[in-house]
Design a protein around this ligand. Structure first.
Ligand code: MRU
Length: 353
């Protein structure tokens, strides 16, 4: 089966820099953007050229490697200062998805270990590049494993509902929630998908619909406020979404609107599944209360694709994510298996496996 996961490249390391598909332009234009410096990578994350928790983690790791390769210093103290500056800049781009901080921490560990071993600057630069590429490779592997675990939960002959875009575009490849859907289709399950448009940034309408169409997976687009209507219809076999950060108790931060869908799913007896790699699980945070929620510009709400839809001066809120309490989560699908309640114990076991 020729899947979009195999044909679309979300991010690519090249000798000139990092190539990113510009997700702001999809589905109208498929354009690739070359980031030659770590500052350009940071800007690409902040402005949503690249988005989705695992993808921004990989982009940040590549940004660190790129930044350190540009260093001209021969002095290790200066290198350390430059390294910290690069990491701090990339870490300040978006606050909610923990994969960003996880990836930077992983790069820091490699840097610190090599420094402690007295490695040459050239070797440090090379090893950081290898680590970034390993993070990218492992993310694809994790998504495929998640797909295999999760596919068993998807009932055949029914519709799967998904929110936002948790596909190839949101990861290094294959996707988390869309990876589960892809694997279910590959197993021969007769399913179709309902994609929520996901106002205000329209990741569902622009990206999920585009990706699934490329894979010829039958997909129907609905607006976010239609979710209850369809969840009540008896047509939906399950909801599968991705996550930006999962607290130790299983509370899930994901794209704004996910919580509404989760409550409606429970009310209508529809299982609500979250597919996320272990890098999305933040055991240092006891519950969703402590997850920082990114607030995005007002214009994303007052305008649709640059066209103003609201009167000037109206008050606006634009939180990019919400937190779904764990009681609404039927299971969390990871690359090492499926976690069910009580989540704290189960997630810890999977992470430490
Ligand atoms: O603001 P975005 O587009 O980066 O938000 C993305 C999401 O909320 C995804 O559902 C989440 O990152 C999981 S992606 C595998």
């Amino acid at each position: 089966m020729n899947l979009a996961a195999d044909t679309v490249k979300t991010l690519e390391w090249t000798p000139e820099g990092i190539v990113l598909i510009d997700q702001r332009l999809l589905p109208h234009r498929e354009e690739y953007r070359l980031c030659r410096t770590y500052l350009e990578v940071a800007e690409a994350i902040q402005t949503m050229v690249v988005r989705g928790a695992p993808a921004i983690g990989v982009a940040a790791a590549m940004g660190v490697a790129l930044g350190i390769q540009a260093s001209k210093t021969r002095d290790l103290n200066t290198l350390q200062t430059e390294f910290d500056q690069i990491c701090n800049t990339l870490a300040a781009t978006r606050p909610t998805a923990v994969n960003l901080f996880w990836a930077i921490r992983r790069m820091k560990k490699v840097f610190d270990d090599l420094l402690a071993q007295g490695a040459e600057i050239h070797d440090i630069q090379q090893r950081l590049q290898e680590e970034a590429l390993a993070i990218q490779r492992e993310d694809i592997e994790a998504n495929k494993a998640m797909g295999q675990h999760g596919a068993s939960l998807v009932p055949g002959g029914k519709t799967v509902m998904t929110v936002c875009n948790a596909g190839t575009l949101a990861t290094a490849g294959y996707g988390t929630a869309l990876g589960v859907i892809r694997s279910a289709v590959c197993l021969g399950k007769n399913i179709d998908v309902i994609a929520l448009e996901t106002r205000p940034f329209l990741q569902g309408a622009r990206l999920t619909a585009w990706e699934l169409q490329k894979d010829s997976i039958p997909t129907t687009l609905i607006t976010d406020n239609m979710a209850g209507y369809f969840l009540h219809s008896g047509r939906i076999g399950c909801v599968v979404v991705g996550a930006d950060r999962i607290a130790a108790n299983g509370d899930v931060a994901n794209k704004i609107g996910t919580y509404t869908v989760a409550v409606l799913a429970k009310e209508n007896g529809v299982p609500f599944y979250v597919a996320a790699p272990l890098s999305t699980i933040d055991l240092s945070i006891p519950s969703g209360e402590a997850i920082p929620i990114e607030q995005r510009p007002e214009t994303e709400v007052t305008e649709i694709q640059g066209v103003r839809i609201a009167p000037a001066g109206v008050a606006v809120h634009n939180p990019a994510f919400d937190v779904t309490p764990h009681v609404y989560v039927s299971a969390i699908i990871t690359e090492r298996g499926i976690a069910t309640a009580p989540y704290e114990e189960c997630l810890r076991r999977l992470k430490e496996k």
